[in-house]
Design a protein around this ligand. Structure first.
Ligand code: ZN
Length: 302
């Protein structure tokens, strides 16, 4: 089924709680009900509550159990509208604006936004980079104007990897918070985002020397004679400047504590910038299938 492309279509499709619940059911069990405990495919519908009881093992489940919507006291209609606004607006909506648009408390809006963007986080092995990949490290966030580049104070180190495509552009990019910019941390970042055997181009930072031993075709580029270091690795620099501009524009800065969540959202959007159709249904699908319920403590821990 096609997703809504306009607000009018959205309002027609999800008029009631029941419409939203049906949509969650369809995402969770596209081929019909399947008991999460025993795999049986028949259930009784509970008369008063939106529950399905397995005919074989009597386990009760619902379309929201095990998803970010589990136990929510907020209407599903509001959740759906939040996902729609996050998916369809070119400039992503902030939680303060979400609070105003949905008529929910600021903390509720913040928590909803965080849970939805958590579902945007890249899964292990998803969108691996291959071919020619630029890699660099950068420092993001922090209010202090410490020295720039390696060792900047008050900022969080991130590893940036961008795949060059055949026409000289950039198709995909990933940015990950790293503990530091040691060979171990940068090697871990490369291993989890880049397919072994790929060409990985970096600057001459010695920590990248480890990449060859990790199965990559490491190509350190020489800075000599190059006035602007951004020329050596253009796409990682463009990605990082886009990220910094986006953070300022949408959030007016971020704290180190929440940086990972903002990076996940930025990369999700960046990597789908040319295929924006049906983003609502794609994000809804991730909320149902790929994001587990999270507590407040888990949300604020990263
Ligand atoms: Zn069962």
């Amino acid at each position: 089924m096609k997703g809504p492309e306009t607000l009018m279509e959205f309002m027609e499709m999800y008029k009631t709680e029941e419409d939203c619940r049906r949509a969650l059911f369809e995402h969770r069990w596209p081929a019909g009900f399947r008991c999460p405990r025993c795999g049986h495919d028949r259930s009784y519908a509970h008369k008063k509550r939106p529950l399905f009881q397995c005919v074989a093992c009597r386990h009760q489940s619902s379309a929201t159990a095990g998803t970010i919507f589990e136990g929510t006291r907020t209407d599903l209609k509001k959740w759906f509208l939040a996902i729609y606004l996050l998916a369809q607006t070119k400039k992503p909506i902030s939680s303060a604006e979400l609070s105003r648009q949905l008529g929910v408390a600021p903390f509720t809006a913040w928590s909803m936004r965080r849970k939805i963007t958590r579902a945007m986080a890249r899964k292990e092995g998803e969108l691996m980079l291959a071919g020619v990949v630029e890699m660099d490290e950068a420092y993001v966030g922090g209010a202090s104007k410490g020295k720039r580049g390696r060792g900047a104070s008050g900022k969080t180190p991130v590893a940036v990897m961008a795949r060059q495509n055949e026409s000289g552009g950039c198709s995909l990019a990933h940015i990950q918070v790293t503990h530091d910019i040691s060979g171990l941390s940068l090697g871990d970042a490369a291993t989890s985002h880049v397919t072994p055997g790929s060409i990985v181009a970096t600057d001459g930072w010695p920590a990248y020397g480890k990449l060859g031993r990790l199965g990559f075709d490491h190509q350190p580029l020489v800075m000599e004679g190059v006035e602007n270091p951004a020329e050596l690795l253009p796409w990682v620099h463009i990605t990082v400047s886009n990220l910094k501009r986006w953070i300022l524009d949408v959030f007016h800065g971020v704290s180190a504590k929440h940086l990972r969540s903002y990076l996940d959202e930025f990369c999700y959007r960046y990597n789908r910038r040319r295929q924006r159709t049906d983003l609502f249904r794609r994000i809804l699908n991730r909320c149902v299938l790929y994001a587990e319920p999270v507590t407040y403590t888990q949300l604020t821990a990263c």
